[in-house]
Design a protein around this ligand. Structure first.
Ligand code: SF4
Ligand code: SF4
Length: 275
């Protein structure tokens, strides 16, 4: 905690992302007053223009590292933060923008196609997780995270305890909810067996397969699930597309035979330079 302040200081930072994780904090609405009563919002541009200078007791980071500037900025934030937690698929695993990391993808080639003035674009060839660049103290999964998981995180930091967040797979929650399994009963491809619980099993509750937006459970077995999907007759291309979504670059969602896609963290940005 900050020696000068009675309340711990909280900073919320944005990197390459859609802002959804920050909006999940703001979506707490009724609980926000309790939060600002317990912590000092020191830096959170999406909530307030007021800025308190660091160092900060806690930094929450949304987004992945996709530019040389971001690679430098996250190191500065690390220096200025006692505790640093990553929020969401982009910060935890590189996000859907990490599709650029796979073999055959070429971010350099896309830039002139996407931007009218590519000369203004300075980007790395990869999108990488915050933990590929600095040490972190923890993370909250989800695209976006469940807002009550964020509340649990902030509360646990205030009270100095470990946050109680789910690590098990969707299937357990699905059974508790009494859902009919779409994979077993209907032959619908579902990523639930490898995906972290926490959304309330929304998709199977509406008779569709989970597509993994909460990221991998603690012990995902993608090899076994791939074998199961093959037994349903799912085409190989569709199996690959199925797992290359929000957590495409997460080791938990790398499929059989794809291990070579995951390079050592430092190599994913070092030497890549900018374009
Ligand atoms: S529907 Fe999906 S998440 Fe639910 S039990 Fe079946 S495989 Fe698991
Ligand atoms: S995709 Fe999976 S994790 Fe995401 S909301 Fe649907 S069931 Fe939940």
């Amino acid at each position: 905690m900050s020696e000068a302040a009675a309340k711990p200081t909280l900073a919320v930072w944005k990197f390459s992302s859609c802002d959804g994780c920050q909006l999940s904090i703001l979506d707490l609405e009724e609980e926000l007053l309790d939060i600002v009563g317990a912590v000092e919002i020191a830096y959170f541009p999406e909530m307030t223009r007021a800025v308190v200078k660091g160092p900060y007791d806690v930094s929450l980071v949304e987004g992945s590292v996709t530019t040389p500037e971001e690679a430098e900025r996250i190191a500065e934030i690390r220096e200025n933060s006692k505790i640093l937690i990553t929020l969401g698929a982009c910060a935890v695993a590189g996000g859907i923008q990490a599709l650029r990391n796979f073999d055959g993808a070429d971010a350099h080639a896309w830039v002139p196609t996407v931007y009218a003035h590519p000369e203004y674009i300075s980007t790395l060839s990869t999108s990488t997780a915050i933990s590929d660049h600095i040490d972190i103290q923890g993370s909250v999964q989800g695209c976006p995270p469940n807002k009550y998981h964020l509340l649990e995180l902030i509360g646990s930091l205030v009270w100095g305890r470990t946050p109680n967040l789910p690590t098990h797979s969707q299937c357990l929650d699905c059974k508790v909810k009494g859902n009919v399994c779409v994979l077993v009963a209907h032959g619908t491809p579902c990523l639930g067996p490898v995906t972290r619980a926490g959304c309330g099993s929304v998709c199977p509750s509406y008779h569709r397969g989970c597509y993994g937006c909460h990221g991998p459970a603690e012990t995902p077995n993608m090899d076994a699930l791939t074998t199961r999907w093959r037994s349903l007759g799912v085409a190989e291309d569709d199996i690959v597309r199925g797992r290359r979504m929000f957590y495409a670059w997460d080791p938990g969602f790398v499929g059989p035979g794809e291990e070579h896609h995951k390079q050592p963290a430092a190599e994913t940005t070092r030497g890549q330079g900018s374009i």
